[in-house]
Design a protein around this ligand. Structure first.
Ligand code: FMN
Ligand code: SF4
Length: 437
């Protein structure tokens, strides 16, 4: 595949006032909604299936199939909930999209709502990004004023309200069922599945939960056709996606490209490694996906190829680290994050991430004990497959993959005999934590 960008969602981000309705309308904005409202709903669901679009929120579940899981209408409400929580370290695509082109999301939400028979959709936004909240509120207001939302949209008889909801800012609220609990006003913690949201979601009613980028992709697919979308990407990972490059790269940012592009190709477009340094490690899909090294520069970034190489495409959050970076230090920061964001509902994750954090901190400061690396791996082994939701599995990915590729750097932090470290007096750094030991 020749490496080229496919600016579709990102096409007019550089226009002056790209976020206004007027700019959006000058780029075929709301033409897809007009087309949708004249189509049978089932054809829209079929179009999503035919395009092969897979969820852009991390798991890659086929979008059309998800819509098709809703039970037949029973006269009661059904909901679309757009997941705009975007809290995975390194992931930076939904927030720029909502800042630069919020109408793309609103038009996609309107088409999706029509397709699934929903008259009230929600956009659940992480609470810290107040500037995005304001932009979304204004964009929704503009869409109402133009008749793209509200009663009898464009004279079609279809009604839709959109509520933008700002959460309090918790990573776990990106997990779709925790998000639903939070949206209902409860503490955001994952629900037991089944029932899946398609059957009993928001207020126990059939609900589709989709990522911002998934929903924003719907209008262009409808306008240009499922075949057009399928012509990009690979056979099983069709279409385009936003790849966010961050870290030690010359021109970090959002690069929209067909799935299946490689990091080598993306790096070339991004001006290479910053300062001409050597690549050491990188994440293909955010910090919860096992890291790669310079041996993986040519892995096609599609769902299947990344999985075959031992990681996950996740959210295409390419965090790039050069040879000057301490892998132990980077992993220690991510581990702090997961320990902090663990919701506490299940023991393996709540307790496990706490202990992983203590050990990573010891290793980072050269205070590790002789068996700390094995202990890390043992704790990871007690989390994976035993945690209630995927946050637990995600928390161990950076550690197990980093030990796999850079074990000697972890071992370099193991200098302290265990007897010196326990009881707590060994280090003032850890005195607070070891009180609990
Ligand atoms: C801990 C955790 C955090 C998540 N955060 C997000 C998020 O911020 N945004 C998102 O779209 N999906 C997130 N997901 C995935 C969602 O649970 C869900 O799969 C997704 O919203 C479905 O949308 P999609 O099919 O369009 O990808 C997260 C999952 C987990 C386990
Ligand atoms: S794995 Fe972690 S985040 Fe998920 S339910 Fe258990 S404690 Fe909560």
């Amino acid at each position: 595949m020749s490496a080229q960008l496919t600016p579709i969602l990102t096409k007019f981000w550089d226009d002056p006032q790209s976020w206004t309705l007027a700019t959006y309308e000058s780029h075929e904005g709301y033409q897809a909604l007009k087309k949708a409202l004249a189509m049978p709903r089932a054809d829209l669901v079929q179009m999503a299936k035919d395009s092969g679009l897979r969820g852009r929120g991390g798991a890659g579940f086929p979008t059309g199939m998800k819509w098709g899981f809703l039970p037949a209408p029973d006269g009661g409400p059904r909901y679309l909930v757009v997941n705009a929580d975007e809290s995975e370290p390194g992931t930076c695509k939904d927030i720029p999209l909502m800042m630069a082109a919020p109408q793309l999301l609103i038009e996609g939400a309107a088409i999706t709502s029509f397709a699934i028979g929903c008259d009230h959709a929600f956009i659940y936004l992480r609470g810290e990004v107040v500037h995005v909240y304001r932009r979304l509120l204004r964009a929704v207001e503009e869409a109402y004023a133009a008749g793209y939302l509200g009663k009898d949209i464009l004279g079609s008889g279809f009604d839709l309200d959109i509520t933008v909801h700002a959460g309090a800012g918790a990573y776990i609220c990106g997990e779709e069922t925790a998000l639903l609990d939070s949206l209902e006003g409860r503490r955001g913690q994952p629900r037991l599945k089944p029932p899946f949201p398609a059957v009993a979601g928001l207020y126990a009613r059939p609900t589709v939960v989709n990522n911002v980028e998934s929903i924003a992709s719907i209008a262009p697919i409808l306008l240009h056709g499922a075949e057009w979308f399928k012509a990009m990407g690979t056979e099983k990972s069709s279409g385009f996606g936003i790849f966010s490059l961050s870290g030690h790269v010359t021109r970090p940012g959002q690069y929209e490209a067909p799935l299946g592009i490689t990091l080598r190709e993306l790096l070339e477009m991004a001006g290479g490694m910053r300062g001409g340094r050597k690549l050491k490690f990188w994440t293909p899909g955010g910090s919860s996906t096992p890291m790669f090294t310079d041996q993986h520069l040519d892995v096609p970034l599609d769902f299947e190829s990344v999985a075959a190489a031992g990681s996950m495409l996740g959210t295409r959050a390419l965090q790039i680290f050069d040879e000057t970076t301490s892998v132990v230090r980077a992993v220690s920061r991510w581990t702090d994050f997961y320990a902090h964001e663990s919701c506490g509902k299940c023991t393996p994750c709540r307790e496990g991430t706490f202990w992983l954090k203590q050990i990573m901190a010891r290793l980072e400061y050269g205070k590790g004990t002789q068996d700390d690396v094995d202990k890390l791996l043992e704790i990871c082994g007690n989390i994976i497959g035993r945690a209630f939701c995927p946050l637990g599995d995600g928390a161990i990915s950076p550690i197990t993959s980093a030990v796999q590729y850079f074990r000697e750097e972890f071992e370099a932090g193991m200098h302290t005999p265990a007897s010196e470290l326990f009881p707590p007096a060994a280090s003032t750094l850890f005195a607070k934590e070891t009180v609990h030991a």
